[in-house]
Design a protein around this ligand. Structure first.
Ligand SMILES: Cc1ncc(COP(=O)(O)O)c(C=O)c1O
Length: 392
């Protein structure tokens, strides 16, 4: 053990944070000091297989050389400039994003977080339609700012925190086709959906439900916002989960994996909706900064160069084939956004797995354990998970 890790091992990071941070997060008692590939290294030298990936943020894993080179080079060349000045690297990031986005999307707006992307998407829908009501789907999660929390299932009676809603909201019961028919009409500005409901436990909405929402939105001129903050950037085995259903959104939002660990987010929309916006309608100081754009370019390049979409599909197959063991009774979701439906509370399984040096996520569904690992996951990682599950 090095001197550094000896010194660090005396420190419980949980206790350190507890003294000075707002106690708003439920934290695990794991003191991580570095990471490589899919592994976290703790201050007492444990190597933990990371199947949580910083909450779906690390598509390339930790320490990918080309990614770090691109970010370091950009940092040295031009760390930051605001949107007052046009930048080649920003234009390139938007071009790269549009090249992998669903058909019909033509314009990009960069922001800093998933919530902010959804906030702006909802604003565009209200501006463009002049309507005041938004529909979301039960069990969906869209963020914690005023508008994005307003469309998050359960927030109002739990943690919403603002005195009023920014608009009227109703929730379509998930997978209820007759509700889609009855609720989407010409009074609605937008419907916002997560094709795979991440926080809800990687629950994949039925293709019939998704397609009928798309159809009804076309009929009533309602803006369809597809939130791919968690499911996007290759995680579903396609660049965006909605591409698995051949559905063209009017607005798509993405974040988390987008910057490979550098905080950033994007909203992508159609030429048609972009015509409703003029100078000053939207803005962000840090959105589209050169460092974030270099990170976005490096992530997109690596997804294709390292054939990560194919890898995601292969690893999903292996997980489905080998991890239906021990407490796991069913597997839902797509690609590497999977929910292991367990026969007892997921927190118990999470603790058991952590004792076996595997980090996983829980979800809003008590019995669903969530996997959101780096997209570079390999078969030997799945061996480790499947052996651990079998031993519980
Ligand atoms: C589907 C979805 N939308 C929006 C958000 C909010 O993103 P952020 O935390 O970056 O604001 C999240 C975060 O978990 C999410 O999963």
């Amino acid at each position: 053990m090095s001197n550094l890790s000896k010194k660090n091992s005396d420190i419980d990071f949980f206790k350190k944070e507890e003294k000075v941070m707002l106690g708003v997060y439920k934290q695990l008692s794991l003191s991580v000091i570095s990471a490589k590939g899919c592994e976290l290294i703790t201050n007492d030298n444990r190597k933990i297989l990371d199947l949580y990936g910083g909450h779906a943020v690390m598509p390339l894993g930790y320490g990918e050389v080309n990614f770090l080179d691109s970010v370091n080079t950009q940092m040295t060349k031009l760390l930051f400039q605001s949107n007052l000045l046009p930048l080649e690297i920003r234009a390139r990031a938007a071009e790269n994003l549009l090249a992998i986005a669903p058909d019909g999307l033509a314009k990009v707006f960069f922001v800093n977080s998933g919530s902010e992307a959804n906030e702006n998407a909802l604003k565009i829908a209200c501006l463009a339609t002049g309507r005041k009501k938004i529909l979301a789907v039960t069990h969906g999660f869209h963020g914690r700012t005023a508008a994005s929390a307003a469309v998050t299932w359960g927030a109002k009676n739990n943690w919403y925190g603002f005195p009023t809603m920014p608009f009227e909201v109703e929730f379509i019961p998930r997978d209820d086709l007759s509700a889609v028919k009855n609720m989407i009409n010409s009074k609605i500005a937008a419907v916002i959906i997560e094709p795979i409901q991440g926080v809800a436990g990687a629950y994949d909405l039925s293709s019939d439900f998704l397609r009928s929402i798309r159809q009804k939105c076309y009929e009533a001129s309602v803006v369809l916002i597809v939130d791919e903050v968690q499911s996007g950037m290759g995680r579903s085995g396609n660049y965006f989960a909605i591409q698995n259903y051949d559905i063209e959104p009017d607005i798509l939002t993405t974040a988390k994996s987008l910057g490979g660990g550098i905080p950033c987010a994007a909203l992508i929309t159609t030429d048609y909706l972009s015509n409703y916006l003029k100078v000053g309608d939207l803005g962000s100081t840090f959105g589209g900064g050169p460092l974030a754009c270099a990170a976005i370019n490096a992530v997109i390049e690596s997804l294709s160069k390292n054939k990560l979409l194919q890898n995601v599909k292969m690893m999903e197959k292996e997980i489905r084939g080998r991890c239906l063991v021990g407490p796991v009774k069913n597997i839902q979701g797509k690609g590497l956004l999977l929910g292991l439906v367990c026969n007892r509370p997921a927190t118990e399984i999470q603790t058991e797995l952590l004792h076996r040096d595997i980090l996983t996520g829980t979800s809003a569904d008590n019995n669903v354990l969530r996997l959101l690992p780096p997209l570079i996951l390999k078969s030997h990682h799945i061996d480790k998970l499947s052996d651990a599950l079998a031993s519980i």
